[in-house]
Design a protein around this ligand. Sequence first.
Ligand SMILES: O=C(O)CCC(=O)C(=O)O
Ligand SMILES: [Fe+2]
Length: 288
Amino acid sequence: MTYLANSVEPLDFPIPDGADAEVVAAVTGLYTDGIIARKGAFSREWAQRMAEDIDVAFKEALSRPGGAVGRGPNRHYVEIHPEQMSGWLELVDHPWVRMVCGSVLGPDYQFVELGFDIPGAGAVNQPWHRDFPMPEETRVGGRLTSLAFNLTAVDTEEDMGPFEVAPTTQWDLPEGFDHEMFPPKSAYGRYEALAQRKYPKMGDISARSALTIHRGTQNFSQKSRPVLVLGVDAPGAGNAEHHDMAVTRKFYDSLPERVRNHLSCPIVDELTPITQKHSIEGLMMGDA
Ligand SMILES: O=C(O)CCC(=O)C(=O)O
Ligand SMILES: [Fe+2]
C-alpha cells in the first residue's frame, strides 16, 4: 500500500513468529485499515444484558454532577468500572479479544478503560478526530501501542448516526491538527473520500486503533445508539493515567489469573463512582 508523504510509514507489520492466518489477518488489518471486526462474537442475549447494564450506569451517571461528560450536542461519554458490566469477564476473556490484543500489543497488554458513548436523538456530526494524540512510538517507531474495542448495544440503522471511520489514517501525522487530535477542516475532503460507515449489530465486536480518524454522525432517529468502549494498552503506552477504572478485592480474586495478569488498575475495598475528567473532546465537540 502507499502512504501519504505526511504520514508515518510502518516499515513492516510486526507479525509475531509462528502466527496463524487469523493473527496475520488481525495485525495486517489494524496496520492497514486500522479497524477490524468479528461478527456475532457474542449472543444477542449477552448484548442485551450489556445494553441493560449501560442503561443503569447511564441513569446513575446522569444523577450526579460530573457522572457523564458531553461529547457534542445530545452525546455523552461515561466511564465505568468492570463490575458495573455483568459480561465484562466474558468480554475480556473472549478468544478473539485475547488473540487481537496479544498479537498487536504483545503478551503483557493491559485493560485500561471501560466506558460507553451514547449518541442520543439529535446528536450531530462530530468533528473528525482521533481519541488521543499519536504517541512517539507510533510516530517514530511505526508501532501501534493501544486498541479500542467497540460493541454496539443496538442493531445500527442508517438513521441512527452510524460510526464513520477513515481507514489508513491512523498513520496521518497531526499536521495542522487542533490538540494533535482534530484535523483541520481543509482535510475533511480526504476523510470523507476514505470514509466507511459501520452498521454493527448486537453481538458484533470491532477493534480499532483510536488514532484512526473517525466520527459519530448525525442521529436523525428518535433512538439512541449506545456503544461500549474497551481500551487496551501495550505496556508503557500510558493511557491508564487518563482513566479511573478500579476493581474490588473480591472481584479481582474471583478472576482467572490469565485475566488478572492484564489488570494494573487499583484494587479497592469499595468502588467510587467515576467523575469524568474535563476533556479536550468536550471543548472541541461541545457540551451535551
Ligand atoms: O459515535 C460513536 O460511535 C463514536 C463516538 C466517538 O468517537 C467519541 O465520542 O470519541
Ligand atoms: Fe472518538
